[in-house]
Design a protein around this ligand. Structure first.
Ligand code: MLC
Ligand code: AMP
Length: 446
């Protein structure tokens, strides 16, 4: 399915209704047509890549919709990434243009008519970069059909309608806000307020001011919101219909404390960049703490040697310019997540096969940090592990062998890596524990 046919339920069908802040859906349609025509004038054709390095703002949405209309592949880049991380993505995706704030003014045409392009469900809509255990980040190719299957599932299962008021505080360069947030908004035709970012100092004011009925967050966001004064939390809770959490495990005690304060049971769901959403607790029925609920409609699941495998039209079909053996012969994707199923069908995630660290909902592959540390003077061996953190779930800590200056290492990491990847500690050790085969025993370091 061409995604635009879904979006047209709102872009055309609800043209006069409020969409985003002061914009109606007709405005959203016209703005993205202008950007699409500007991209065409610059020679963009179907299949070209457009990289976008922007914090949340309406122009980011215009660019995504322009890409959808032209069949151009949208490549969002994490705004916290530094040169080293960006260089990998640009050399791999080879975008025709890399859009930063500076380019925005030049990407507006006077022509607000919609350009027409022949597209179908197999057309790639976006490439989202997700790190790999090898250290090199891989681009997951997400087709129109994948986005559509996910959006239809969530809008239906979470009963999102045009009557909702949706507050979205998460970054649009990731699956959570892009695949779930933006798409549920466009499909349902509800009214959305997009925050530039979640800032715990102002979040409560935004919630009180906008009076949302729908809110998506990562667990760190909900931990932060536990500091909301009880009276304000009750006011927010009275207007709210549904709080959703995902991207990292939501601790059961946070779910309980949040229910106490806001009067709502957070609905936890589970997804991945490569698959969009796979499982969700029910909207109606028991939302069981510590579980991710049931497989969503159209998603087949299987557990093999403890690992969760998934199959469905939500699942991507491969990485950009990379042969990766991620599928079983019968077409199931190996998620790398370990899981169990209760007798009544609730799925619980038990951890990951790899060393992946998730901090505040952002993924960190230790290998990338280790490689940078090994380039620094005096460092002979380096191992990075995730340690538990009450606010962010996990944070990275580095263990190092050699003679080094911890402040210099921190400065090197700060200048070349996204802030969430900078280790919180640089611990000097005499040796890194290894197996007889030389593999680092990270569980011992932890
Ligand atoms: C965090 N920082 C940001 C930022 N988010 N800077 C700019 N823009 C953003 N969007 C930086 C801060 O500058 C700071 O850097 C550090 O991160 C911590 O900031 P904080 O103010 O203390 O924030 P905190 O309360 O910890 O909350 C962080 C957070 C953020 C939860 C808002 O981590 C976040 O937005 N996470 C969401 C990630 C996400 O959407 N993941 C989905 C992946 S898709 P410094 O330099 O001061 O340390 C996926 C699939 C699925 O996983 O299932 O959804
Ligand atoms: P990403 O590669 O950024 O898309 O992150 C996907 C990973 O996030 C999954 O493979 C899981 O390990 C993790 N994840 C997503 N949702 C949940 C959840 N509700 N509970 C635990 N882990 C989750």
């Amino acid at each position: 399915m061409n995604l635009l046919h879904l979006f047209d339920l709102s872009l055309i069908g609800r043209a006069a209704q409020p969409a985003l802040d002061d914009l109606t859906f007709a405005d959203v349609e016209a703005r993205s047509n202008r950007v699409a025509n500007a991209l065409r004038a610059r020679g963009f054709v179907k299949g070209d890549r457009l990289a976008v390095y922007l914090a949340n703002r309406p122009e980011l949405i215009d660019l995504f919709l322009a890409c959808v209309k032209l069949g151009v592949i949208f490549v969002p880049v994490n705004i916290l990434y530094r040169e080293r991380e960006i260089a990998h993505i640009t050399s791999d995706a080879e975008p025709k243009l890399f859009v930063t704030e500076n380019e925005l003014a030049s990407l507006t045409s006077d022509d607000a008519t919609r350009p027409h392009e022949q597209l179908d469900g197999a057309t790639p809509a976006a490439i989202l970069y997700t790190s790999g255990t090898t250290g090199a980040s891989k681009g997951a190719i997400l087709r129109h059909d994948n986005f559509a299957a996910n959006a239809i599932n969530l809008t239906t299962c979470w009963q999102i309608t045009e009557r909702d008021r949706f507050l979205l505080p998460l970054p649009l360069f990731h699956t959570h806000a892009l695949g779930n947030g933006l798409h549920c908004w466009l499909l349902s035709g509800c009214r959305m307020r997009l925050l530039e970012r979640f800032d715990h100092r102002t979040a409560v004011d935004e919630l009180l001011d906008f009076e949302p009925t729908l809110f998506f967050g990562v667990p760190t966001v909900y931990v932060r919101l536990l500091d909301t004064p009880p009276e304000a939390a009750q006011r927010i809770g009275k207007k709210m219909r549904l709080f959703v959490s995902g991207s990292a495990p939501l601790p059961a005690h946070v779910l309980e404390a949040f229910r106490e304060r806001f009067g709502h049971t957070i609905l936890e769901r589970y997804g991945m960049t490569e698959t969009f959403m796979n499982c969700s607790n029910p909207y109606v029925g028991e939302r069981r703490a510590g579980t991710v609920g049931f497989p969503l409609p159209g998603v087949a699941t299987r557990i093999e040697n403890g690992e969760l495998l998934v199959k469905g039209s939500n699942v991507f079909s491969g990485y950009w310019r990379r042969e990766v053996d991620a599928f079983t012969p019968d077409g199931y994707f190996r998620t790398g997540d370990l899981a169990s199923v209760s007798e009544d069908g609730y799925i619980t995630l038990l951890g990951r096969r790899s060393d992946l660290i998730i901090s505040g909902g952002f993924n960190i592959y230790p290998r990338e940090i280790e490689e940078l540390l090994l380039e620094q003077p005096g460092v002979r061996e380096a191992a990075v592990v995730g340690v538990e953190d009450a606010l962010r779930g996990e944070v990275p800590v580095a263990f190092l062998v050699g003679e080094f200056d911890a402040a210099q290492l921190e400065a090197a990491c700060r200048s070349q890596l996204a802030s969430f990847k900078v280790p919180r500690k640089f611990e000097k050790v005499n040796a890194i524990p290894r197996t007889a085969l030389g593999k680092v025993q990270k569980h011992l370091l932890r």
